[in-house]
Design a protein around this ligand. Structure first.
Ligand code: DLL
Length: 435
């Protein structure tokens, strides 16, 4: 495959030149954050580090980490590094409890982010001749906006479909001859199955490539989607806290994702000690935004478990690669592309007058996640009247949908019927085989 680069000079830069560029950006960024974010300034002061101590990437380890807890504590504006009048938008995702994570963007931040997505689209073979169907959710979720912007930058004809309404997706795909599909891998699989049910063979489908991410997916799932849709499927990674999709993207080698390391410096640390681990070690992925303006997180702990590699890539890119995330160091689940924390479910249960005795059961049937929450009725709420139980289940499902953004199936069970554990409660039964 001939390689398309969006920023050839950066994407194929010599690693030593990249490190120099990263060092220069880091020095400026630390100064920017120290001067404008009192929350982080305090963390640096507590650690006894001053901006002058950071002369380049070699000094990065001296800086304190940030975690989701800091984002919650500083919510909503505490980590903002520019005046509000410079911000043009926000995106948001689940927090560990009721507080969501809100990320801010200046116009330059939006540009930088869209450039990252444009690199991903071009690495998947995209050009201005393509029709790019963006079927990630639009709105607060970053998927739709990021790929939409990237597609514009490449010059593709962009179909801003958002997710859902599969019949309409298929109609647009066929009528406008979409050649690139961007959505979660589970939605891609679902679209593929629906096309098959409607009698389309892979050779009837105009798509040539798919850019799928936001949730874990296996190699088997990739091969199955590729066969059903007749495409090459590329992985894409990102998180709201750093911008959204496009922090890393796959190339024709389909073996790990290149990190846009001119913007996001990656480290792997031991999640227990915080010690930085050498290349090739498995540990927690940490990102430092080198040039974002509004929400520039330094040493942000993603909780994703990962491995980095600088092995030469056949696509010619020299950007460091990350493996597919291999799990999480916390209990966050990703269900149908949506981040779900058990603590959020607990918050809803307590608010609705239930005890926090519950179990989350997740499975993947025909490439679609199922999401069930078993909840014990309390002695006060107990009833054996089926219509009352159904009403209570429906109301609880509604409150969960408001908190999580997706609808679980609620099963109310008799008080004290969920097995008590002698140690840590078994709250999550995840039957999916994701790695
Ligand atoms: O999922 C951003 C995104 C949108 C990425 C569209 C790719 C495509 P959040 O909702 O904040 O952001 O969730 C971030 O999702 O920490 C990972 O645990 C997980 N994740 C994202 N991409 C992948 C992937 C978006 N390709 C969290 N493989 C991250 C596995 C992924 N996990």
């Amino acid at each position: 495959m001939t390689q398309n680069y969006y920023h050839k000079e950066i994407e194929t830069m010599k690693p030593e030149d990249m490190r120099k560029l990263q060092s220069e950006k880091l020095v400026k960024q630390v100064k920017h954050v120290y001067e404008n974010v009192p929350y982080y300034r305090n963390l640096m002061d507590e650690k006894g580090v001053k901006p002058e101590d950071i002369k380049g990437i070699d000094d990065l380890h001296k800086l304190p980490f940030l975690s989701k807890t800091d984002l919650r504590d500083a919510y909503p504006y505490g980590l903002l590094a520019v005046p509000l009048e410079k911000c043009v938008k926000i995106h948001s995702t689940s927090g560990t409890t009721g507080r969501r994570v809100v990320a801010f963007y200046t116009q330059n931040d939006v540009d930088l982010w869209e450039d990252c997505c444009a690199r991903a689209i071009m690495a998947a073979g995209g050009t201005n001749k393509d029709v790019c169907q963006v079927s990630y959710g639009y709105g607060l979720f970053t998927g739709g906006a990021g790929l939409n912007g990237g597609s514009h930058k490449v010059g593709c004809l962009t179909l801003p479909m958002s997710s859902g309404n599969t019949d309409r997706q298929i109609q647009f795909m066929m009528d406008l001859q979409a050649s690139i599909l961007c959505c979660t891998p589970s939605y891609a699989a679902y679209i593929g199955e629906t096309l098959k049910e409607q009698g389309y063979r892979p050779e009837d489908i105009p798509l040539k490539a798919g850019i799928f991410g936001a949730e874990p997916w296996t190699e088997e799932m990739r091969r199955s989607i590729e066969a059903t849709l007749g495409i090459k499927a590329y992985d894409i990674y990102g998180l709201t806290e750093t911008t959204g999709p496009g922090v890393a993207f796959e190339c024709s080698e389909q073996n790990g994702m290149h990190i846009n390391e001119d913007h996001f410096y990656a480290e792997i640390i031991d999640p227990d000690t915080g010690e930085v681990l050498p290349e090739g070690s498995k540990g927690e992925l940490v990102f430092t935004s080198l040039d974002k303006e509004a929400f520039p997180l330094l040493r942000y702990r993603t909780r994703d478990i990962c491995v980095l590699s600088r092995k030469k890539c056949s696509c010619g890119r020299t950007l460091i690669k990350m493996a597919k995330p291999m799990g999480r160091t916390d209990d966050m689940l990703i269900i149908r592309g949506v981040n779900v924390f058990p603590s959020q479910i607990e918050t809803v249960l307590l608010k609705e007058g239930y005890e926090p005795n519950y179990q989350i059961i997740v499975d993947r049937v025909n490439n679609t996640d199922t999401f069930e929450v078993k909840v014990e009725m309390t002695a006060e709420k107990f009833t054996d009247k089926v219509s009352d139980i159904l009403k209570m289940e429906k109301s609880l499902a509604g409150s969960m949908k408001t908190m999580l953004g997706i609808n679980p199936t609620i099963h109310l069970v008799a008080p004290k019927s969920i097995t008590r554990s002698e140690g840590k409660a078994v709250r999550i039964i995840d039957k999916r085989k994701l790695v």
